[in-house]
Design a binder for this molecule. Structure first.
Ligand SMILES: [Mn+2]
Length: 252
């Protein structure tokens, strides 16, 4: 039975604004509908990255779009729901605007948190475990403050379409490789090694990024949870203070 009446929710990889999503308004309404449905029960909502397909905050202006989504997040934050947004590899460039305007926490990189007495290792999940050559350079480039300032200095009429173009082709939904198993999957390899070499006390590794729904046992008291996405799965995880369940949102 649930230990607490308030629940903690996790979603990732909504990719709002992606050019391959045919009805982007419907996609936004669906996730807003989900957030509205959980709002009365939610103690915290973790947005585990790639919530937006592309985002870049300038010092004085913000890109178009996502008004209903931002409004719903702001309303929940104002009502006392803790909202934590982990930047992914698409929504890298959240700085202080959404943080302050919506009243949320923005986290870059992994973070360990105790929730309801359980230890969570939380990350978007890109860049964990063995990586292809070139990944580290791109990652460094995208997170480099000077490169960010140079990007911001170019007029958005060029950079924002470029950002969307690089984020997603309009041709079709990107292919998702099936989960390769706990022995092969980089996130699982990372988690197993972290348990072994850094901290054996972690109860849940919660990742996004892979667009697959996974709930695998790593040890007697540790599980790997990969959140799926909101392109094919409309999946989310809910933690009741004791256990995590992966569920699918059925919009009405
Ligand atoms: Mn990602």
């Amino acid at each position: 039975m649930p230990q607490s009446e308030k629940l903690t929710y996790f979603i990732s990889d909504v990719h709002l604004g992606a050019r391959y999503i045919a009805d982007r308004k419907a996609a936004e309404r669906r996730v807003v509908g989900f957030l509205r449905s959980i709002a009365p029960k939610a103690e915290a909502v973790y947005l585990m990255g790639d919530i937006l397909d592309f985002w870049f905050e300038y010092a004085t202006v913000v890109p178009r779009g996502y008004v209903r989504f931002f409004g719903q997040i702001a309303e929940m934050a104002d009502a006392g729901v803790r909202i934590v947004w982990f930047t992914g590899n698409h929504d890298i460039w959240l700085f202080d605007y959404l943080r302050d305007e919506l009243g949320i926490e923005v986290v870059t990189g992994p973070r360990v948190e105790i929730i309801g007495g359980k230890k969570f290792f939380l990350a978007h999940g890109d860049g964990l475990g063995p990586q292809k050559a070139g990944f580290r350079f791109i990652s460094w480039l995208f997170h480099n403050r000077l490169c960010q300032r140079l990007f911001a200095a170019v007029h958005p009429r060029w950079t924002v379409p470029l950002g969307y173009g690089c984020s997603s082709a309009s041709r079709g939904v990107p292919r998702v490789d099936p989960f390769m198993g706990v022995d092969q999957e980089p996130q699982a390899i990372f988690a197993a090694r972290y348990l072994r070499e850094v901290d054996p006390e972690v109860n849940f590794f919660v990742f996004g990024h892979r667009h697959v729904v996974v709930d695998e046992k790593l040890s007697d008291n540790c599980r790997l949870v990969i959140l799926g996405d909101w392109i094919l799965h409309y999946s989310y995880a809910v933690f009741d203070g004791e256990d995590i369940k992966l569920l699918q949102y059925e919009s009405v």
